[in-house]
Design a protein around this ligand. Structure first.
Ligand code: KG4
Ligand code: ZN
Length: 342
C-alpha cells in the first residue's frame, strides 16, 4: 500500500436526496466520481423519503468501495472525509453523516461538513482553476429544491441576493412534466421534447415579483389550466403538441430566471456569470447563455460539465478540499440539518 499523505486526498460523500454518491479529489484533481441513482421512486412520481434513506443504507458501502477502487486510493491515503450536512431530507442526510463520522473515527482522520448549496456553487471549480470563474461572480443555483442568485466573493464568502418565494425552478419542470404525464424526474424529459419544439407556439404569464426574487407556483397553476382547457376541446392535445408545449414552457422558465439574473448583474456590476444545480443541465438554458446572453451583455459565462450539475459528490469533495486548506473541521457531535442556510 502506498501511504502517500503528502497529498491532500478528500473522500466526498453526498446523500441529501435520492442519489448516493462518492468522489475522490486529490490535490484538487478529481480521481473518481460515482453515483448510484434510486429508481425505486419512479413509480411514486416523486422521492419517498423513507425509501430514499433505506436505499442510501444499501448503497453507501458499495458506492464508497467502488469509488476508492476507481480512484486507486487506499484507506490510509485519505486525508479527510467531507460529507453533505444539509439541506436535504433528514433521513437521507443521517445515513451519509453517520457513515462519514464512523469512517473518520475509525481512520482517525478529520471530518468536514459541507453545505450542499455551496457544493453546487463550487461545482464550477471541480475541473481546476483554468475553467473556473474569477471572484466576484454571480451564480444562478437552480435545483429541485432551490432557486437562488448567489453573490460569490470567495470560496466561502457567499451571499444569497435573490431566491424563490415558493417553488424552485426544478420543481416547476417536474410539476409541468407530471401534468403532461411524463415520469419523475421530468426536467430532463421536458428538455428532450423541447429540443424538437417551437418555443414561441404558446405563451405563459410571467410573475411580477419584487427585487431579485422568483416565483414559480403561479406558472404551474396557469399551466395546469392551460392543459385542462385544451384537453377539454381536444383529448389528443398533449400527444399532438408535446414538443411545442415543452419548448414554450421551458422558454418561459428560462426567461423568468434570466430576467432576474440580468437585473442582478446590472445592480452589482458583475459580469462573471456561473450556473449550477440540476436545472443548469438544461440544454435550453446552457445554449441561451452561451449563444445569446453572453454577447448581449458581455458576460463571461461559466457552466459546469453536465455530470457536475445534478447531485454528485465531486462538488462535496471540492468544498472539502478548500475547507481542508483552511483547516475547517467538524467534531463528532456534528448533526445533519434539513434546512441549512449560509
Ligand atoms: O441539483 P439536483 O440534482 O437535486 C437537488 O438538489 O434538488 O436537481 C434536480 C432537479 C430536478 O428537479 C430535475 O428535474 C432538474 O433538476 N433537472 C432538469 C434537467 N436535469 C435535471 N431540469 C431541466 N432540464 C434538465 N435537463
Ligand atoms: Zn442538489
Amino acid at each position: 500500500m502506498n501511504n502517500n499523505k503528502q497529498k491532500i486526498t478528500i473522500l466526498g460523500i453526498e446523500s441529501s436526496c435520492d442519489d448516493t454518491a462518492a468522489a475522490v479529489i486529490s490535490d484538487g484533481k478529481l480521481l473518481a466520481n460515482i453515483i448510484a441513482r434510486q429508481d425505486v421512486h419512479m413509480k411514486y412520481g416523486g422521492v419517498v423519503p423513507e425509501l430514499a434513506s433505506r436505499a442510501h443504507q444499501q448503497n453507501i458501502i458499495p458506492v464508497v468501495s467502488e469509488t476508492l477502487k476507481k480512484a486507486n486510493v487506499s484507506l490510509s491515503e485519505i486525508s479527510a472525509i467531507a460529507f453533505t450536512r444539509g439541506p436535504g431530507l433528514l433521513g437521507s442526510l443521517l445515513v451519509g453523516t453517520s457513515f462519514s463520522k464512523a469512517m473518520s473515527m475509525s481512520l482517525d482522520i478529520p471530518l468536514i461538513e459541507v453545505n450542499h448549496m455551496q457544493g453546487h456553487v463550487l461545482s464550477n471549480f471541480i475541473d481546476g482553476k483554468e475553467s473556473s470563474p474569477p471572484f466576484p461572480f454571480l451564480c444562478l443555483t437552480v435545483s429541485g429544491g432551490h432557486t437562488q442568485i448567489v453573490l460569490v466573493e470567495d470560496y466561502f464568502k457567499m451571499k444569497v441576493i435573490g431566491e424563490t418565494i415558493d417553488d424552485a425552478a426544478g420543481e416547476a419542470f417536474d410539476k409541468v412534466a407530471k401534468i403532461l404525464g411524463l415520469p419523475y424526474p421530468g426536467g430532463p424529459l421536458v428538455d428532450k421534447h423541447a429540443q424538437n419544439g417551437n418555443p414561441d407556439k404558446f405563451k405563459f404569464p410571467h410573475p411580477v415579483i419584487p427585487e431579485l426574487n422568483f416565483s414559480f407556483s403561479g406558472l404551474k397553476t396557469s399551466f395546469l389550466y392551460f392543459i385542462r382547457d385544451h384537453v377539454k376541446e381536444n383529448p389528443d392535445f398533449i400527444a399532438q403538441n408535446v414538443d411545442d408545449i415543452c419548448a414554450s414552457i421551458q422558454k418561459t422558465i428560462i426567461d423568468i430566471l434570466l430576467s432576474k439574473l440580468k437585473r442582478a448583474s446590472q445592480e452589482t456590476g458583475i459580469k462573471n456569470i456561473a450556473i449550477a444545480g440540476g436545472v443548469s443541465a438544461n440544454s435550453g438554458l446552457r445554449k441561451r447563455l452561451e449563444e445569446e446572453e453572453k454577447t448581449k451583455h458581455q458576460w463571461n459565462i461559466f457552466i459546469p460539465k453536465f455530470e457536475y450539475c445534478t447531485d454528485n459528490a465531486a462538488m462535496i469533495a471540492i468544498v472539502g478540499y478548500y475547507k481542508y486548506l483552511n483547516q475547517e473541521f467538524a467534531g463528532q457531535d456534528v448533526t445533519p440539518l434539513a434546512r441549512y442556510k449560509y
